[in-house]
Design a protein around this ligand. Structure first.
Ligand SMILES: [Zn+2]
Length: 357
């Protein structure tokens, strides 16, 4: 991708991705997402997702986002960094790996394209100071890797002051007043320091937003003045039974030579997963799987996606074949479930009354 094509996302503000018709791999238009493009009146459900890097939102929560758009929810994606320190998958783009600014520009563009596929129109980056477009948080790199030194004003997200990152999320929460907030667990899913930092930013932000004695700062006089408690907060998780079954399926495809270039996971028991009992909620995004796959494919510098008869597989730069899951799993960590004891929820918004928050 030519980085000169990259578009700038408004720092900390709403961003409308380029208007484009979402298409599947065979260039057929995907069904139009329906739903409001404005959040002017709180007459619809609102979903806020806090993620660490471009691609996390599509891999972990893409089907949930597309489903929420389809039922008319206002979906906002808040991403902490532009994936500046990440590895690059396609060999022809390898030069970007040593060019954080160039990679950031490409990944902003990829994120915009992915959100077009999911129908998500409100895409933002978490920003330290609403008034300062230069200062930003950047990808810290995976623990044990050495990230390139950051330019002035750019601070690795994992090293950022937690109260400052929480305040940045709190500003967005008070402005949007979401019904549902999604982020990671305290391990960041698989241990990436930026994911752990995103967990603390999201939960700390929810706490600050709810505290009437706190002013997290704002560029908008109307926002920041009213404390707001997010009714329902979820962590995205991968239950072990699903991960093991999926990796076995993927390994079979590799073993049969149907996933060229990919490898089987060397030890599935070491894959990021949690005990099944921790999962409270399973969102079936089956009807939106094609959109999730298209969104993941838009992250071309990070992912490779293969269509197989039994379902799509993807790989990161480690080339480990991994299924693209249509069902996405969560743990409710704040708020009341309306399902029977022991039963899993199937809808993030079930039991919430529009306008009661
Ligand atoms: Zn990530």
């Amino acid at each position: 991708m030519d980085k000169r094509q990259a578009v700038s996302l408004a720092v900390g503000g709403p961003y409308d991705p380029p208007v484009a018709v979402a298409r599947d791999r065979c260039n057929r238009p995907l069904p139009s997402p329906v739903g409001p493009s404005s959040n002017a009146a709180h007459t619809e459900r609102r979903l806020l997702l806090v993620h660490a890097h471009p691609d996390d939102e599509s891999i972990l929560t893409g089907a949930t986002m597309a489903r929420a758009v389809a039922v008319g929810a206002q979906v906002t994606l808040l991403t902490a960094t532009r994936g500046e320190a990440g590895e690059v998958y396609p060999p022809e783009l390898a030069h970007l790996a040593g060019d954080p600014a160039g990679l950031a520009a490409v990944r902003e563009q990829e994120l915009a394209q992915a959100m077009t596929q999911l129908g998500v129109r409100d895409v933002r980056f978490l920003t330290p100071e609403p008034e300062d477009p230069v200062r930003r948080w950047v990808d810290s790199g995976m623990a044990g890797t050495r990230a390139a030194p950051s330019p002035p004003g750019q601070l690795p997200f994992a090293a950022a002051d937690r109260r400052q990152t929480a305040a940045a999320v709190a500003r967005v929460i008070r402005e949007l007043r979401p019904d549902v907030l999604i982020s990671y667990d305290e391990h960041g899913g698989y241990g990436h320091p930026d994911h752990i930092a995103a967990h603390h930013a999201a939960l700390g932000g929810a706490r600050l937003a709810a505290d009437p004695t706190v002013d997290p700062g704002s560029t908008d006089a109307r926002a920041g003045s009213h404390a707001y408690q997010v009714p329902r907060i979820y962590e995205v998780l991968s239950p072990r039974s699903v991960v093991l079954a999926g990796l076995a399926r993927a390994a079979a495809a590799v073993g049969q030579g149907r996933a060229p270039g990919l490898i089987a996971h060397p030890d599935p028991m070491l894959a990021a997963a949690v005990d099944d009992e921790l999962v409270t909620t399973a969102v079936d995004g089956g009807p939106w799987l094609a959109r999730k796959v298209a969104a993941m494919r838009a992250h071309a510098t990070q992912l490779r996606v293969l269509d197989l008869a039994e379902g799509p597989l993807f790989a990161l730069t480690n080339r480990i074949a991994t299924p693209v899951e249509a069902v996405e799993y969560y743990r409710l960590i704040h708020g009341r479930s309306v399902t029977d004891e022991g039963a899993r929820e199937t809808d993030l918004f079930a039991g919430l009354n529009v306008g009661d928050s």
